[in-house]
Structure formats: C-alpha cells, structure tokens
Design a protein around this ligand. Structure first.
Ligand code: TYM
Length: 336
C-alpha cells in the first residue's frame, strides 16, 4: 500500500469510441468532477480498450483528443487529477499480461459485455475482447485504487478486478488494494431514448442517445422524439413505463430533485410539457460544457501539456506498483 498517500485513490476510465453520451456523463464523468477534491484521482482515456474493436486510426486519434477535451470541459482540473491516455503508460499492458495468468477462462466467458460485444462483432471475436476485463483490472490495481466511479454496466467487471486482486494477494501477501465501486444514486443506468429497456450506448444509432456535444436544438429534438407510452402520466414506474421513468431519472440526476417532486410538478401536464422541461435541464447542464469544449479543443498546446504531464505522473505511480509485483513474482529487475 502507498503509505505516503494521504487521500484515498480513485481510478476510472472511459473508452474514446464514438461520441460520449449523457449516460457516460451521468454514470461516470459527473462523479469524476464531484470526487476530485476529496480523492487523489486518475482519469484515463482507455484507448487500448478501444482496440478490441477495429478502429479507423484517424478517427481514433480524433476521438481520443475529443475525449480528453470533454474531460477538461466538464470541470476536471488537470493539476488536481491525473488525466492521461492509457496506451502511454506501458505498465497497463505489462500488468494486464501478468493478471491474465491469474484469471480463469470460465470467469471471462461469463462476462455479459463479452457476450454482447461478440454478438455485435461476430466477425472479430478476438482474444483482446475476451480478456478485456483483465486489462481493466490492471488499470485499476496498478494505481492501488480504493474507489472506482462507474455506471451499473461495469459492476461485473469491477467484481472480477476485486476477485483477481484478492487471488493475487492470497498468494503473495498484500500487494493490491481491493477496490470498491462508486455508483450514482440515480442514473447508474441511463436508458436508450428509443428502446428504454436497453442502456444508452454510444455504439447505437444516433437518435437513441444524447451526445455530450449535441447542441441544444438536437437535444430538444431527440428528447421530444423519445419513446414514452400513451398514458400521458408522469409517474415513476420503470417496469411498465420505462420511457417516462428514464426521462424522470435523467431529470432527477441532473437537477437533484426527487422522483416525487418531479411527478408532483409534471403529472397531468402532458408529455409535451414534461419533455421540454427535461430538455431544458439537459441543455442547462451540457451547454456550458460545450462552450468550454470549444475553447479547450482549439488550444492544442494546452492539450499537449495535459497529455504529457498526465503520462509522466501516472507512469511514476504505476512504476512503484510494478516493482512490487515483479519482486513478488521473482522476475527482474534484481540487484545482483
Ligand atoms: P465505457 O467507455 O463504456 O463507459 C464509460 C463510463 O460510462 C458509464 N456508462 C453509463 N452509465 C450510466 N448509463 C449508461 N447508459 C452508461 N453508459 C456508460 C460506464 O459504466 C463507465 O463508467 N470498461 C469501461 C472502461 C474502463 C474502465 C477501466 C472503467 C476501462 N478500464 C477501469 C473504470 C476503471 C468501459 O467500457 O466504459
């Protein structure tokens, strides 16, 4: 354990694929900002995870920089937090390999994300996709992480990271901190606007999600077209009214209001009025982030500096863990 660290440590990552969504914001990114004062935080753009699916190199490069600019625009302070690209710290791959040797095939084949992704990319079910959760465990364990802010869909992966840490510690003593998840109270699973029984996902068609960078008119249009039901009642009932429940959750997450308050204000007013209010709430959250994004993404020198300093600071912490792991395993470096 890192004795000199006063604050507890946080690690989380987001894949730089497609457009970051309101789901990513409510499930993860917003909490990154909330937690940055109390914890010692690393937030990574996990570009190596993105390679499990074929990427166009020019598009990937743009998506990586866009994701970093969104991190910064949403209020993450690069002095307080370490913001960096996963692929620039080689220890992720190193520890990933080592942890592969402490993970069972059976565990990986039970992962729901693997099952979903291999169904979506049936022509490219590669080994990286299969062992993806091991790399994610390495990301987390490398930094002796206490807390991992994530959405509900990553819970199973976090459990595996805990299992691997405990297994390794069981053999070699206390090498890794065993991490806990940190989930938002409301909005841990923001749903698709068109199929509200599925999670909102950046790899689905555009009209199913709100992108963090969608401009106000697009946001309003998408929310007005969101699937609801024919009852015209603003009542929180996820089972029977998943579309309305999803919009209520989005509003509750962004405004801090309770479901009861929202129902009391909008029930009986019709879905048109309610949807416009949800759109207002989303726009009020995202518009300032978009303005910051426009400013930051034009400042290449600043992005370069954040990227370089993040890499160095992350690598220094990772290096300490790797020395410990190598020593325990009996692999170099040694003093002969
Ligand atoms: P990714 O890139 O799919 O999503 C990034 C974060 O956003 C959350 N999220 C959601 N939350 C609520 N509702 C949704 N509809 C929604 N969609 C996405 C995710 O739960 C996640 O927190 N494997 C991870 C990336 C990763 C990682 C890590 C995370 C790699 N290494 C280490 C934490 C720690 C992923 O694919 O997230």
């Amino acid at each position: 354990m890192e004795q000199q660290v006063q604050k507890q440590r946080i690690f989380s990552g987001i894949q730089p694929t497609g457009n970051l969504t309101l789901g990513n914001y409510i499930g993860a990114l917003r909490n990154f900002g909330i937690l940055q004062d109390e914890y010692d935080c690393l937030y990574s753009i996990v570009d190596m995870h993105a390679l499990t699916v074929r990427q166009n190199p020019a598009e990937l490069r743009k998506a990586c920089l866009r994701t970093m600019a969104i991190f910064l625009a949403s209020g993450l302070d690069p002095e307080k937090n370490i913001i960096y690209f996963q692929s620039q710290v080689a220890a992720h791959a190193e520890l990933g390999w080592i942890l592969n040797c402490f993970t069972y095939m059976g565990e990986m084949s039970r992962m729901t994300q693997f099952k979903d992704k291999s169904a979506k990319h049936a022509d490219n079910i590669n080994c990286g996709l299969f062992t993806y959760p091991v790399l994610m465990a390495a990301d987390i364990l490398l930094y002796q992480t206490h807390l991992v802010p994530i959405g509900a869909d990553q819970k199973q992966h976090l459990e595996i990271a805990r299992d691997i840490a405990e297994r390794f510690n069981g053999v070699y003593g206390d090498v890794f901190v065993v991490p806990d998840g940190y989930f938002p109270k409301v909005g841990a699973r923001v749903m698709s606007l068109q199929e509200p029984t599925r999670k909102m996902s950046k790899s689905d068609p555009e009209d199913t999600y709100i992108a963090i960078l969608d401009r106000p008119d697009v946001i309003r249009k998408k929310i007005r077209r969101a699937k609801t039901d024919s009852e015209n009642a603003v009542v929180f009932d996820p089972e029977n009214k998943p579309g309305v429940a999803n919009l209520m959750s989005i509003m509750a997450a962004l405004s801090g209001r309770s479901m009861d308050e929202i129902a009391a204000e909008y029930d009986g007013k019709g879905y048109g009025v309610f949807k416009d209010a949800v759109a207002d709430c989303v726009i009020a959250t995202l518009e300032p982030i978009q303005n910051e994004y426009d400013r930051i993404s034009a400042d290449k020198a600043y992005l370069q500096q954040v990227m370089d300093s993040g890499r160095e600071r992350a690598a220094a912490i990772a290096h300490r863990t790797m020395l410990k792991v190598r020593k325990k395993l009996g692999i170099a470096p040694w003093k002969l």
